[in-house]
Design a protein around this ligand. Sequence first.
Ligand code: CP
Length: 323
Amino acid sequence: MQNFISVKDVDDINILADKALAYKQNPLLHKSLGANKRIGLLFLNPSLRTRISTQIAAENLGMQVVTLNVDRDGWKLEFEEEAIMSGTSVEHVKDAAPILGNYFDILAVRSFPGLVNKAEDYSEHIIKQFMKYAGIPIVSLETSTLHPLQSLTDVITIKESIANSNYLNLKKPKVVLTWAPHIKPLPQCVANSFAQWINAWDEVEFVIAHPEEYELNEEFTNGATITHNQQEALKDADFVYVKNWSTYIDYGKIYNNDPSWMLTPKSLEITNNAKLMHCLPVRRNVELSDEVLDSGNSLVTVQAGNRIWAAQAVLAEILAEIK
Ligand code: CP
């Protein structure tokens, strides 16, 4: 693996997922693979899980880790080519990225979308600038449109849950991605990425439910059944993935914040005793009710724990190429 930006960088999802689950059984399996190698974790936006899980994953492989919170501690970066830098940005990515490429063997970057200019966000210009100028493998820690480490985690969480269930082993599980309300406009990244990975994985029945205004980019959803009726989607569901996203078509807006889309034990009665997933952070009693989050069917803590093994599998694949 050269870079990890989307599912397109993965040859075989099941092989990568199995590798991640092997690390869960034995975290120090390849504890010297990254010896004398250094990874930079660059955060242009906040993080709890991605930051810590990626650091632990890299350390399990013997790597040195340096984290920079660019949003708080770094110079404000400019990404526009030929920019006249008379505004607030202090350093151009074409100057900073080659230096980071010199310091590190792998560079991992988190950069959220502005949610103002759809063409700019969906061009993924920020991560592409790092890929162009750093000269080393680049790992996405969530970009403008995708969150592949989260999605690999989601696949391994579903996969291990199926493996641990006698019943789910006997049928094609039904996975539902449902929109949920939120108080502010959020990126489409997690939903796009989940749809892209589940469609590529192609081992489950996949349904997406959202209010009419929240159609996602078909580039990612093609292959899924899409409905505006949440109860219809939830019927016989085995896994329900909950996530808010802002509008894609009339970009970055909140049009409908219907609280009835927040899942409760009542709305889940129609499922097949479904397991609940969410990437976190979650706004309790806005996106998901306390009762659902705190129920025995919630996988959210297991899911967040699995972030380590997903990151470790990806870093191991990249290290194998650069050794
Ligand atoms: N799910 C996720 O990416 O969490 P953080 O934003 O805390 O990293």
